[in-house]
Design a protein around this ligand. Structure first.
Ligand SMILES: C[S@@+](CC[C@H](N)C(=O)[O-])C[C@H]1O[C@@H](n2cnc3c(N)ncnc32)[C@H](O)[C@@H]1O
Length: 245
């Protein structure tokens, strides 16, 4: 019975993730969803900036702290191993939905492209960014990343295998294609407002810090020399650039 409840919990967490991911596309790229990054009702000045910074910080703190090995080791004792990843995904998705809900648009225009061909090219680049994000999750194991493998293995009394270290496909071009996809999707917009710019700058800085100082540190600990070799040969985020650690 307990295993069945964990299975249902994990499936709900995955569903909430799917909703937040699809909403994120509409929110940032500005279509199909009721509230976007530039929705008509504008926030007020300094307070709007402050609220947005708090919302981004809630996401960043939840997403980074809960991914730390020391936090995980403690948290697993409370929540149990099979439900750990699903809980992480559920809380990340809820932090994102809170951000979309309470986001304060600041609609002063930074740039606006008029040329319709250029507009479509930029929309295409943003769509490519989202596609890179999705494809990257499948390259490193989508179902493990979102906790489904763990809840199904638990249900079937199987021990979950550690995910394989991926150096192929997009991972041959950069070490963090998923994050590169997000950066492309956040910056490629024909209409850049001050609100959107704050979002793009803060998320990009967060990605750079989290990848360089947290995720890569963990990956070096797990994969040792293999990861150091990978760092020497493949650039972090900029395709075809010289690799930097
Ligand atoms: C949200 S994913 C982002 C992966 C990567 N930073 C990227 O941008 O493509 C984070 C998870 O991917 C795992 N990961 C990162 N690089 C990996 C690789 N080359 N092969 C397998 N897993 C990887 C990390 O251990 C972490 O659990």
């Amino acid at each position: 019975m307990k295993k069945f409840i964990i299975l249902v919990y994990g499936l709900i967490a995955y569903l909430v993730f799917l909703i937040s991911f699809l909403y994120a596309i509409g929110f940032v790229s500005g279509f199909l969803v009721p509230k976007t990054i530039n929705s008509a009702t504008e926030g007020t000045g300094f307070l709007a900036i402050l609220i947005n910074l708090v919302l981004l910080s809630i996401f960043a703190i939840q997403h980074s702290v809960m991914a730390r090995p020391t936090f995980k080791a403690w948290w697993v004792k409370i929540i149990g191993k099979p439900a750990e990843r699903s809980t992480y995904i559920l809380l990340t998705s809820l932090a994102l939905l809170l951000l979309f809900w309470k986001w304060q648009p600041i609609n002063t225009v930074v740039w606006e492209i008029d040329n319709s061909l250029l507009v479509w090219i930029i929309i295409g680049v943003a769509a490519l960014g989202w596609l890179i994000v999705l494809l990257s999750t499948f390259m490193i194991s989508h179902f493990e990343l979102f906790g489904l493998t763990q809840i199904f293995d638990n249900f079937k009394n199987r021990t979950s295998q550690s995910p394989k270290f991926q150096t192929n496909f997009l991972y041959k071009i950069v070490r963090h294609p998923l994050m590169l996809g997000f950066i492309i999707a956040f910056w490629a917009t024909p209409l850049m407002t001050v609100g959107h710019l704050i979002f793009a700058v803060i998320t990009t800085v967060y990605i750079l810090i989290a990848v360089k100082y947290l995720e890569e540190k963990d990956l070096r600990k797990i994969h040792g020399k293999d990861y150091e070799e990978y760092q020497k040969n493949v650039p972090m985020l900029l395709p075809f650039s010289k690799s930097t650690k």
